[in-house]
Design a protein around this ligand. Structure first.
Ligand SMILES: [Zn+2]
Length: 328
């Protein structure tokens, strides 16, 4: 099979031939139909997860078809379409997405920039009916991540004001999910193109950061979802929060930011982290999509063959796309 390997920090992806992997007990082999190219892949390439993770095959936002089952594997059948939850956690872990033992596909083990992956069947989600493969792939991370932040972490309620910082591959979907939750949504971004996208996705207002306070109003937002990997915007998110606001950091950088206790105490801010998503988030996002509550065209319009993985990363790095989808 073909796979795209990231050999070392800052190196380009290399297309290699590998033996087709065989599923072990409790595992399934999935023929990859689509895998999104995400900001985390750039973070990986930049050494953000550590140089010791490399070489690895990236790819954590994937969908495909079950191709073979290992001994004793049940719960999915050969031929089932599946969305792949990229994390395998220790049995009995309290939460699927965090803990000391998480094993992440595309970071800790080889991922889905490849023709096939082998995954524990417990990490596979079968949609209720067939979904376009590129859409199913991006529903996992690009939509599941802001869904997790808004629903599980911030617990957004109808009528609340949600400010979304950063209208990229995650933030654009924070906008549409927050709209579906009944929130008043103010999107904050830089480029006019992305602000226009945020309006298309239902934002009540879409403005640049310097205009955000005026657009939000004197009470400030109830929730700020910070989707951009920027310490400066982490600080901006805290500065924006209204009295009693929940500040949810989703975008990840290793750069430090500065906050004063008085910033947080005097407004009773809650500072929260939201890491990725869970299989339940994937299920709920698929249902929301099938009910007509979400669009994915802005994520799936650029599809490339595996051979063009480096071009897909370049496009993302240069801000030319919110997402590309590799279709092996
Ligand atoms: Zn990702």
């Amino acid at each position: 099979m073909r796979a795209l390997v990231l050999p070392a920090v800052s190196a380009p992806l290399e297309l290699v031939q590998r033996p087709v992997p065989e599923p072990g007990p409790g595992e399934a082999r999935v023929r990859i139909e689509a895998c999104g190219v995400c900001g985390s892949d750039i973070f990986l390439q930049n050494g953000g997860f550590g140089a010791d993770k490399l070489p690895v095959v990236p790819g954590h936002e994937a969908a495909g078809v079950v191709d073979a089952l290992g001994p004793g594997s049940s719960g999915v059948a050969v031929g089932d379409q599946v969305a792949i939850y990229y994390i395998a956690n220790a049995p009995g872990a309290r939460r699927p997405n965090i803990g000391p033992d998480v094993v992440r596909m595309g970071v800790d083990v080889d991922g889905a920039f490849a023709d096939y992956v082998v995954r524990p069947v417990s990490t596979l989600v079968v949609p209720p009916r067939r979904v376009d493969p590129a859409t199913l792939a991006v529903l996992t991370d690009a939509v599941g991540t802001p869904y997790h932040a808004l629903v599980r972490i911030a617990r957004v309620r109808p009528g609340e004001t949600v400010a979304v910082l950063g209208v990229g591959g995650i933030g654009s979907n924070a906008v549409q999910v927050a709209v579906r939750l009944g929130a008043r949504v103010v999107a904050i971004g830089r480029s006019e193109e992305k602000l226009a996208l945020a309006r298309e996705l239902g934002a009540d207002a879409a403005v640049r950061l310097e205009d955000a306070a005026a657009a939000i109003g004197p009470d400030g937002p109830d929730v700020v979802v910070q989707c951009a990997p920027s310490a400066r915007l982490d600080e901006a998110a805290i500065a924006l929060g209204g009295y009693g606001a929940r500040i949810v950091l989703v975008g990840t950088t290793v750069d430090p930011f500065t906050a004063r206790a008085s910033d947080i105490v005097w407004r009773e801010l809650s500072l929260m982290g939201s890491r990725g998503f869970t299989p339940d988030d994937i299920r709920e996002v698929i249902d929301l999509y099938l009910d007509g509550g979400l669009v994915t065209d802005h994520l799936t319009s650029v599809q490339r063959p595996l051979e063009e993985g480096n071009a897909a990363l370049d496009d993302l790095r240069a801000g030319r796309v919110l997402r590309s989808v590799l279709v092996p």
